[in-house]
Design a protein around this ligand. Structure first.
Ligand SMILES: NC(=O)c1ccc[n+]([C@@H]2O[C@H](COP(=O)([O-])OP(=O)(O)OC[C@H]3O[C@@H](n4cnc5c(N)ncnc54)[C@H](OP(=O)(O)O)[C@@H]3O)[C@@H](O)[C@H]2O)c1
Length: 246
């Protein structure tokens, strides 16, 4: 299959400085047609145009709030009608929780909302897209996770004193576990499903001064997992192509 025929969906492409935008750009550079999705339809439109300034068809906007089942159904119908399959799904969208949010005092209503997006939204979207992913010759799913939800990250991880929001960290740990379950179930269909921590990335004001790297750098490890060869891993957790303990 020619690379030009390959179709990828990236969720949570809400701003030009985000990781999702950098991943979408990198996949276009690899020859994919990228569905640029965001929960704000106008943002998706503007960013798709930015990625495809000459209207060559390499980027297409898609309105998608992954916590909304009806929007998921509509998106799946659109992809099915327009492409008939999906080669790459980048589950990049995530809900954040406040830095310093503690297990002892967290607002559980807010914590449930974090899970509704990061875990259940990703889960529901992946379930809904499986029939289209199974139509690809070599589908790849990348769940963008975080070292905050792992034991392996010595700076932001679960066993450090870093006060990354608890619901954010726990939802990413759950996402890593979900990745393993999906990967085992889908291995017979040649679908590889991995979790990737992009590393500390300058997607918000001031992050660069705190040592974060540019989104384009972090995108490389995500795209690596999106383009794994047939003998590549599945069900793993990686950063920059290296295994990260979870
Ligand atoms: N930046 C880092 O250092 C870092 C480190 C580790 C992991 N990550 C992960 O990398 C991914 C991208 O993060 P980022 O740094 O680029 O931050 P970001 O710009 O805040 O990206 C998160 C995106 O998810 C979108 N989103 C939230 N809820 C959604 C929903 N229900 N449906 C669809 N989209 C939704 C947001 O949309 P709106 O724009 O509409 O709010 C936003 O565009 C996330 O999974 C994050 O956990 C980032």
């Amino acid at each position: 299959m020619a690379e030009a025929d390959k179709v990828a969906l990236v969720t949570g492409v809400g701003k030009e400085t985000g990781l999702g935008f950098a991943v979408a750009q990198a996949l276009i550079d690899e020859g994919f047609t990228v569905l640029v999705s965001a929960r704000q339809p106008e943002a998706a439109e503007v960013l798709a145009r930015t990625l495809d300034p000459k209207s060559e068809g390499c980027a297409r906007a898609l309105a998608l709030d992954i916590s909304d089942a009806s929007q998921i159904r509509t998106a799946v119908k659109t992809i099915s009608n327009d492409f008939g399959k999906l080669d790459v799904l980048i589950n990049n969208a995530a809900a954040m929780s406040p830095y310093g949010e503690l297990a002892a005092t967290a607002d559980l209503q807010a914590a449930r909302q974090v899970f509704d997006t990061t875990l259940y939204g990703t889960w529901e979207l992946t379930q809904a897209l499986l029939p289209l992913l199974r139509k690809s010759q070599a589908a790849r799913v990348v769940n963008v996770s975080s070292g905050a939800g792992s034991h392996g990250d010595t700076v932001f991880g679960l066993t450090t004193d870093n006060q990354m929001g608890t619901s954010y960290a726990v939802s990413k740990a759950a996402l890593n576990a979900l990745t393993v379950k999906f990967a085992r179930e889908e291995s017979a269909d040649s679908i590889k499903i991995n979790a990737v921590c992009p590393g500390f990335t300058a997607t918000f004001d001031g992050a660069e001064n705190m040592g974060a790297r540019p989104p384009a750098e972090s995108a490389k490890g995500v795209v690596w997992a999106a383009m794994l060869p047939t003998d590549g891993p599945t069900g793993g957790f990686f950063r920059d192509g290296e295994v990260l303990a979870w």
